[in-house]
Design a protein around this ligand. Structure first.
Ligand code: ZN
Length: 307
């Protein structure tokens, strides 16, 4: 990523109406996480710690409370090292909680190629940018639901961070209050359904998408997962919560049949559609604003596999 491209991105005129979370903010957060200095955010590296601290700082700027102890950083052990998930919460009128999550770790660097950094702009700086963007969105005012924000570590190492965080005894009560967890996973591109849309993994297992779409604003829409053969529902951090019988699905835009950047060096800022991502974040926030524990009680049907 060179400085010129960043200047072009920042300078590009946007036809979008004024948004609560600005395109500039989205560019700032995503390009920081996906920068070469972050060296691909691999779990166990100093740069992975730096990414966790950066996210914690954004949570602090948005006046979130700690989920656990006296820090946003929630430690767990990986290969003999202490590494961190990041978690913050904003209390609403009710203890009932909507959670937003995304993994922030990626696959590090390569010593075999000229461009050495796997920047992971789509996977998953984009998802973390949505989590931070939603914390920005809800910085002021009080919602009916409490809102929880989690950045998972160790996803690329086998979903280690989400597995660790669901097993912390002191967090069980908070987890039991989660009415739904929206896990953002690769949302930097326009989905095959067009702008302002996402698809949801495991859509057939619960009524979350129907309930969400019934309240969605500005034509935001969640579609069923078109890549069922890939079993994506069971391949991302949402599944750690599914095992605890908590409603948890992943939302994505990546075209699994065509995309050529998954775990490749070209997963960099050039492939990010910032207008679409900004629109998604703002419309998602605006929709969640309308949800209350009365009008939003998603449940699983009996087709889901909790194991
Ligand atoms: Zn990912």
């Amino acid at each position: 990523m060179n400085k010129f491209l960043l200047l072009i991105l920042l300078g590009a005129s946007s036809s979008l109406f004024s948004q609560k979370v600005s395109r500039e903010r989205v560019i700032e957060v995503l390009s920081h996480l996906a920068s070469d200095e972050m060296k691909g955010r691999e779990t166990g590296t100093p740069e992975n710690d730096a990414a966790a601290l950066y996210i914690a700082k954004k949570f602090a700027e948005n006046n979130l409370s700690f989920c656990f102890g006296d820090s946003y950083l929630v430690p767990f052990e990986y290969k003999g090292k202490v590494v961190y998930n990041v978690c913050g919460i904003k209390k609403g009128e009710s203890e009932k909680t909507i959670a937003f999550s995304a993994h922030f770790d990626h696959i590090g660097t390569s010593d075999k190629t000229e461009d050495k950094v796997f920047n992971g702009a789509d996977d998953n700086a984009s998802g973390v940018t949505a989590v931070i963007g939603l914390a920005d969105y809800f910085k002021t005012g009080k919602t009916d639901f409490s809102l929880m924000y989690i950045a998972f570590n160790g996803e690329e190492k086998g979903m280690k961070g989400s597995k660790a965080i669901v097993d912390i005894p002191n967090l069980q009560e908070q987890h039991q209050n989660i009415s739904a967890l929206f896990n953002f996973e690769m949302i930097a591109t326009v989905s095959q359904f067009g702008p302002n849309t996402l698809y949801m993994t495991g859509d057939g297992f619960s009524d979350l998408d129907e309930l969400f779409n019934g309240n969605a604003v500005n034509n935001l829409k969640i579609y069923p997962d078109p890549y069922l053969k890939q079993k994506l529902f069971y391949r991302s951090d949402n599944v750690s919560f599914v095992k605890k019988k908590i409603i948890a699905h992943s939302l994505s835009t990546v075209d699994m049949s065509k995309a050529k950047h998954y775990h490749q060096l070209n997963d960099d800022l050039e492939i990010v559609d910032f207008d679409n991502l900004t629109q998604l974040i703002n419309n998602f926030g605006k929709t969640v604003e309308k949800l209350t524990p009365k009008n939003f009680k998603p449940i699983y049907n009996n087709t889901v596999n909790f194991n």
